[in-house]
Design a protein around this ligand. Structure first.
Ligand code: A3P
Length: 301
């Protein structure tokens, strides 16, 4: 399939958010719903699932390098990651939908990205017993990262000021719904679906090499220590920020003057935005919303 340039994507102002099966969404992720719902997964597919801004691009690139890094050097340096790892539910005008791009992927395995909460994932992934890599990130850093992303990304709803955004985040009114439901829903799934690896952004920051090794063992890859070390270096924040495969610099609807896509890549950056009062309120809401799940996040390392 001839893939048009992202420059051809047509955006007419920021989208509205609406309720879709109990989850806040925009038309960019629901317009192709019949095809998403009926997507035919394969047993060797690898689904990369995250709440937005939890480290999707990072883990996508790690998997891309693990599988295709040494084999396909030219491809590796020319095609951005969002072409190599289709975003399943995405649907933008003048651009192939994520489902279509995934259908047309020639690679094996196919790496496919989704931000869907677990209950909306096409059922064929479960039927085919496809492997799933989920990445969770602590709510505070995730919220801050999402706020800056919505500021600079014109295909996202207008975030308002930080206080407004944070209130909406606590209410679960962001695109792809509630962070609380997302991370705990996927955590519950892991208890019954053994082909799911649940990673934490904070662990990846603490020791990327260890998490790459964990990924290899989950995927049954016998990647050498030397190769793993090379990959670990190549996926460092500074490298990915310079790398046009991963830095999203050519996406026309992202305004890097407002905020870069590869922004800070830290644990604890939430302290730069949360006031003491906001932090106290957030902790209360957090306790309430997370009282029925055992998943635990670190807001500092
Ligand atoms: P910040 O905005 O906090 O910097 P996603 O890929 O899901 O959209 O997530 C983006 C977030 O992951 C951004 O967080 C981005 O900087 C961070 N990120 C991307 N690559 C990273 C890397 N190699 N190391 C650390 N953080 C990374």
């Amino acid at each position: 399939m001839e893939i048009p340039d992202v420059a051809s994507i047509n955006i007419e102002g920021r989208p509205e958010m609406f309720d879709f099966e109990g989850v806040s969404m925009t038309n960019f992720f629901t317009d192709n719903w019949e095809n998403v719902k009926n997507f035919q997964a394969r047993p060797d597919d690898i689904l990369i699932a995250t709440y937005p801004k939890a480290g999707t691009t990072w883990v996508s690139y790690i998997l891309d390098l693990l599988y295709f890094g040494s084999a396909d050097l030219e491809h590796q340096t020319s095609q951005p990651i969002y072409m190599r790892v289709p975003f399943l539910e995405s649907c933008f005008q003048n651009f192939p939908s994520g489902a279509e791009m995934a259908d047309n992927l020639k690679t094996s395995p196919r790496l496919i990205k989704t931000h869907l909460p677990v209950q909306l994932v096409p059922k064929s992934f479960w039927e085919q017993n496809s492997r799933v890599v989920y990445v969770g990130r602590n709510a505070k850093d995730n919220a801050v990262s999402y706020f800056h992303f919505d500021r600079m990304n014109m295909v996202q709803p207008e975030p308002g000021d930080w206080n407004y955004f944070l209130q909406r985040f606590m209410e679960g009114k962001n695109v792809f719904g509630s962070w609380f439901d997302h991370v705990s829903g996927w955590w519950e799934k892991k208890q019954t679906y053994s082909n799911l690896l649940y990673l934490f952004y904070e662990d990846m920051i603490e020791d990327t090499g260890r998490e790459v090794e964990r990924l290899c063992s989950f995927l049954g890859l016998s990647t050498s220590a030397q190769e793993r070390e090379k990959i670990t270096k190549g996926v460092h924040f500074d490298s990915m920020k310079q790398n046009k495969v991963t830095n999203h610099a050519t996406i026309p609807f992202m305004d890097f003057k407002i905020s870069p896509f590869m922004r800070k890549g830290k644990v604890g950056d939430w302290k730069t935005l949360f006031t003491v009062a906001q932090n106290e309120e957030f902790d209360e809401v957090y306790k309430q919303k997370m009282k029925n799940t055992t998943v635990k996040f670190r807001t500092d390392i």
